[in-house]
Ligand binder design. Structure first.
Ligand code: NAD
Ligand code: UGA
Length: 465
């Protein structure tokens, strides 16, 4: 190791900062990695036996490296001062106020980190945007940092773009074996040196040919485009699911047949009740907003269609439940299996379950939720964002046993694709329900024939009776 980077600080101890730094510490014993956050309770959790996030394989690595070359700290100024390289890995949620409300990403957290770095750097730093940001965000960060240089000539900054492509639930696998690492930087001698320093960090475990270097703006844009393409595939197959339901084609068969074309590929073609998660909607909206700002209205409209189909799919699924339960769900117990936005995570941000439950609550259904990883207070918090607390208290119950959740229910609604849902004794569940009992499969987990032979009225996304 040439050892340009010996100390890394990451600002933001969330779903990205925590796992990414754990992986770097694990693969680079020669680098000391400190993760900081303004949320001191979260830092305490990272230093405890119960980590603030669940990711398969994360705990093992944190336990192995913590205290050796992986540290979690609330002392942001000190950690900035001591670092050679600083990741900015804070949240960039959709803005909920002012200009760009509901569309543009809120960059106030990124900016506040840039200001902290300007204040506490005390010497040269490589600053790395890991947060997902709009194109040209690096320019704003650089302006803030350059201003600090005016009054302190020992300071020097390079800003790199290094977006993260990990998916939740498989974060550690994705980090250990990424399809690619993307690093964007300035096309100057100093810029190239900074890029090389970060390339060297990743080269400890990522094959060099999978480390792509580009200019800063290409890197920033590629992140938004990658998420837009992924979300678009889901909206594409979900739009097809509606055609299947109306015609007797089966969406799994269509996806299989279409995905066999190597140009199309078979991944990410699972029809569902709609994509969730903290990023797809946020990043597609960010791209749409960028296009609008550039007066590329046709392009904005094109990508906005991805979001429209997703909202429509959620609504369509909820409407089908209501229609198939004889147009009235008021007072009926409906079991909801799964609240997380995908399996193997406890994350509920933008989960389609929130939207489907909201529609059912509007119809006064009694919702009985079971999820293997999501805590009750988290579910109530999410539902409380769109439904009054009184109503949530009155109509929502949360179970730690799926059999209890389904007992006396008129229907089961599957909203997350947890593997364990496939292992239950559905004959037993069916017997405990109110008849006729319905199963609404929003994740294509079940075979129609099997469920119908048990006695269920079966409704699966993209399949027709
Ligand atoms: P998160 O909300 O889990 O974590 C962000 C953390 O930053 C929070 O703990 C918050 O307290 C902290 N923070 C905010 N402002 C701060 C400040 N000024 N000083 C110190 N700490 C501060 O967010 P996340 O899911 O880790 O996402 C972070 C970024 O990475 C986002 O831009 C997101 O789009 C992107 N991203 C996320 C994923 C994912 O799977 N979650 C994947 C790829 C990229
Ligand atoms: C996604 C991307 O996959 C990551 O590459 C990216 O880094 C990340 O967003 C981000 O920028 O935050 P993530 O949201 O964690 O990762 O999870 P995905 O596996 O992409 O799933 C997103 C949603 O799409 C989930 O609700 C999932 O159930 C749904 N989905 C996924 C489908 O409905 N069908 C599919 O075929 C695939």
């Amino acid at each position: 190791h040439t050892g340009v980077v010996r100390r890394i600080t990451c600002v933001g101890a969330g779903y990205v900062g925590g796992p990414t730094c754990a992986m770097i510490a694990n693969k680079c014993p020669h680098i000391a990695v400190t993760v900081v956050d303004m949320n001191t309770a979260k830092i305490e959790e990272w230093n405890s036996d119960k980590l603030p996030i669940f990711e398969p394989g994360l705990e093992e690595i944190v336990k192995k490296c913590r205290g050796t070359n992986l540290f979690f700290s609330s002392d942001i100024p000190k950690s900035i001062r001591e670092a050679d390289l600083i990741f900015i890995s804070v949240n960039t949620p959709t803005k909920m106020y002012g200009k760009g409300k509901g569309m543009a990403p809120d960059l106030k957290y990124v900016e506040s980190v840039a200001r902290s770095i300007a204040e506490h750097a005390g010497g040269p730093k490589i600053v790395v945007e890991k947060s997902t940001v709009p194109v040209k965000a690096a320019e704003s960060i650089l302006s803030i940092l350059r201003d600090a240089q005016r009054t302190n000539n020992t300071l020097a900054f390079q800003v790199l773009s290094n977006p993260e492509f990990l998916a939740e639930g498989t974060a550690m696998k994705d980090l250990a074996n990424p399809d690619r690492v993307l690093i964007g930087g300035e096309d100057s001698e100093e810029g190239k040196k900074a890029v090389a320093a970060l390339v060297e960090v990743y080269s400890s475990w990522v094959p060099r040919e999978r480390i792509i270097t580009t200019n800063t703006w290409s890197s920033e844009l590629s992140k938004l485009v990658a998420n837009a393409f992924l979300a678009q595939r889901i909206s594409s197959i979900n739009s097809v699911s509606a055609i299947c339901e109306a015609t007797g084609a089966d969406v799994s068969e269509v996806a299989h047949a279409v995905g066999f074309d190597s140009r199309i590929g078979n991944k990410f073609l699972n029809a569902s009740v709609g994509f969730g998660g903290s990023c797809f909607q946020k990043d597609v909206l960010s791209l749409v907003y960028l296009c609008e700002s550039l007066h590329l209205n046709k392009v904005a409209e094109y990508w906005h269609g991805v979001i429209e189909i997703n909202n429509w799919q959620r609504r369509r699924f909820a409407d089908q439940i209501i229609a198939e339960l004889f147009n009235t769900v008021a007072g009926k117990k409906i079991a909801v299996f799964g609240f997380a936005f995908k399996k193997n995570t406890g994350d509920t941000r933008e989960s389609s379950a929130i939207h489907v439950c909201k529609h059912l609550l509007e119809e006064e259904a009694n919702i009985a939720i079971y999820d293997p990883k999501v805590e009750e207070k988290q579910m109530r918090m999410e539902l409380g964002l769109t439904t009054s607390d009184d109503k949530v208290d009155k109509l929502v119950s949360v179970f730690s046993d799926p059999y209890e959740a389904a007992k006396d229910a008129h229907a089961i609604v599957v909203l997350t694709e947890w593997d364990e849902f496939k292992t239950y004794d559905y004959s037993r569940i069916y017997e405990s329900m109110v008849h006729p009992a319905a199963l609404f499969d929003g994740r294509l987990l079940f075979k129609r024939k099997e469920m119908e032979s048990i006695g269920f009225r079966f409704f699966g996304i993209g399949t027709a009776p």
